[in-house]
Design a protein around this ligand. Structure first.
Ligand code: MN
Ligand code: MN
Length: 302
């Protein structure tokens, strides 16, 4: 990893810290998720960074991949457990972090379970730590709170303009001897569930991503494919971003064609049964000159 690349990782991490701090202040009972998402995304752009993916605002049994639709009326309610998962990029170098908010005050232990799992990993992780050991620490910690880690969601590598690259970092004990490597970046993200700890894909999808370039006759489809490559740089994007420019009907028709022809792929919401609650904690670590830098967490001296 070049020094300037590391510096861009640090910058995206700083922007994320700032935006996350404000998001947590703004997220209150009665606030519309759509408004919260738009505020967060605008702030990222105002700080001269880009979105690495649409802000994920996943409630309760939804673990991930929920971003409000263009006409989303969902309000934050007293009973809610909200995961705010933000992705920021600077020159393609990504910061990915999340926090969970418990509005009723009754799910503090669930929130603490994923936070503590992350904290424990961050205090032990080094260049050379086997990925399986990270999963083991996460599982052990979350089980000690009486919850289950979500076993089919994982942390992941981060690369330039790639929000999810290999390797997957397990959230359960695994015999995975691959190790944390110098010169690489990773997101570590334990999820704690009071259900089974296994998510399924829902039918709804508001997040999309470029997959492959194909010839197209429909002008809007062609423009959207081009945007997904050039403007979004192959990173995930939200349908509502397109609707602002193309309108609802044209966007829906074009997206349907692009998905049908495998130019664009969907990221459906990931959830457990409706009575389940899930918490998530996530930080980005960048390994530079044999040291671990947690780019999305303020330094002790700051
Ligand atoms: Mn994330
Ligand atoms: Mn992530």
């Amino acid at each position: 990893m070049e020094k300037n690349e590391f510096e861009d990782y640090v910058k995206s991490g700083k922007v994320l810290q700032e935006v996350q701090k404000n998001a947590v202040k703004k997220a209150k009972v009665g606030v519309k998720l759509l408004e919260l998402a738009e505020t967060i995304e605008k702030e990222i752009l105002d700080l001269e960074a880009g979105m690495a993916f649409p802000v994920n605002l996943s409630l309760n049994n939804i673990a991930a991949h929920y971003t409000p639709s263009f006409k989303d009326e969902t309000l934050i309610e007293e009973k809610d457990v909200l995961k705010i998962d933000i992705g920021v990029e600077v020159e393609g170098f990504i910061a990915d972090a999340s926090v969970t908010m418990d509005f009723s005050g009754e799910n503090g232990k669930l929130v603490e379970a994923s936070e503590k799992a992350l904290e424990n990993v961050l205090s032990m992780v080094k260049v050379g730590t086997p990925l399986g050991k990270i999963g083991e620490e996460i599982e052990k910690t979350i089980l000690s709170y009486g919850f289950k880690p979500v076993e089919n969601l994982t942390g992941h590598g981060l690369m330039k303009y790639i929000a999810h690259s290999s390797p997957s970092i397990p959230n359960i004990a695994k015999n995975d001897s691959r190790a944390i490597e110098d010169g690489k970046a990773y997101a570590i993200e334990p999820f704690a569930s009071n259900g089974e700890g296994r998510i399924k894909e829902g039918s709804q999808s508001e997040i999309f991503e470029f997959s492959k370039a194909i010839p197209l006759r429909n002008l809007d489809a062609r423009k959207i494919q081009e945007k997904s490559i050039i403007e979004f740089n192959g990173l995930p994007f939200a349908e509502r971003w397109l609707i602002k420019e193309f309108g609802e009907t044209k966007t829906k028709i074009a997206l349907r064609e692009l998905i049908g022809k495998s130019s664009i792929r969907m990221h459906p919401i990931l959830k457990e049964d409706s009575n389940v609650l899930i918490s998530q904690a996530e930080h980005t670590i960048v390994c530079f000159e044999e040291k671990i830098h947690i780019t999305t967490q303020p330094k002790a001296k700051d």
